[in-house]
Design a protein around this ligand. Structure first.
Ligand code: ADE
Length: 256
């Protein structure tokens, strides 16, 4: 899969992309990431990418021409008048739809993705209306630019692609992938400062381990993100277990 990131600050993105799993995925040809600077597509002497807002007010606004020129040149399209460029063109903005694991899975089905990072106070509205095909927010807070959002998307999408994680089942047990938060993990030693690893995990009994993991994923989701349970198919055994967890909580609550 290929990602094209459009940013006025490529140096923010490249160090993250050139380490660890993303570095390996690119070396193996599973992922290709190109970072483009709209400033290189300006035509004026001062290579201006922002300007004052019409109507006044503080802050600067990203000009449309360099962004349109950069995206059109890189994707080989002419956006104006074109309904479907084929490649999703995602604008990173706090006004976008919330980024979730389900959105990552949806984006991972495309062979190519363009990500446009904003800076300054905002974009000229024509970028939103006539170039972007999607708008994504990585959370309800405002960042100084879209670069972290673009990296979050590249990271979350890339690790879903076949072969990117060393373990082929790596992404299956992820928190959210199954609709539940992930169960707790342990590694050696079996005892550390007196804290022991749950007995079921040491048993070598695969059915028992699977049951323990399912139960602990349910417990953790119930305690931390009960909202996730609303949309989930639960077996009768799952429901009985959640009833037990609830009883445990009531039984162990401090006296008031
Ligand atoms: N740019 C600034 N804030 C952002 C956010 N929360 N998500 C995506 N892009 C942004």
């Amino acid at each position: 899969m290929r990602f094209d990131i459009f940013t006025l600050f490529p140096e923010i993105c490249t160090p993250y992309l050139n380490e660890s799993i993303l570095k390996r995925a690119q070396a193996a040809g599973l992922v290709e990431v190109a970072v483009h600077n709209p400033r290189d597509y300006t035509e004026d002497k001062h290579r201006v990418t922002d300007d004052l807002p019409y109507g006044g007010g503080g802050g600067m606004v990203m000009k449309p021409e360099p962004i349109f020129a950069a995206v059109e040149a890189v994707l080989g399209i002419r956006a104006a008048g074109q309904d479907d460029p084929g490649v999703p063109i995602v604008l990173l903005t706090p006004q976008g739809r919330p980024f979730t694991q389900a959105v990552a899975q949806e984006l991972a089905r495309h062979p190519r993705l363009a990500l446009i990072c904003g800076r300054y106070e905002g974009f000229d509205e024509r970028i939103r209306q006539h170039l972007a095909t999607d708008e994504i927010s990585i959370g309800d807070y405002v960042l100084t630019g879209g670069e972290l959002g673009a990296l979050v998307i590249v990271d979350a999408v890339a690790r879903l692609l076949p072969g990117v994680l060393g373990d082929p089942t790596g992404a299956e047990d992820d928190s959210f992938a199954s609709g539940l938060l992930e169960y707790p993990h342990y590694t050696r030693p079996a005892e550390f400062r007196g804290w022991t690893v749950p007995e079921a995990l040491l048993s070598g009994d695969h059915a028992r381990i699977a049951q323990w993991r399912r139960r602990e994923a349910l417990r953790r989701t119930f305690l931390r993100r009960p909202d996730l349970l609303f949309n989930l198919e639960l077996s009768e055994a799952d429901k009985r277990w959640l009833g037990q967890v609830a009883e445990e909580i009531v039984a162990t609550r401090p006296a008031s």
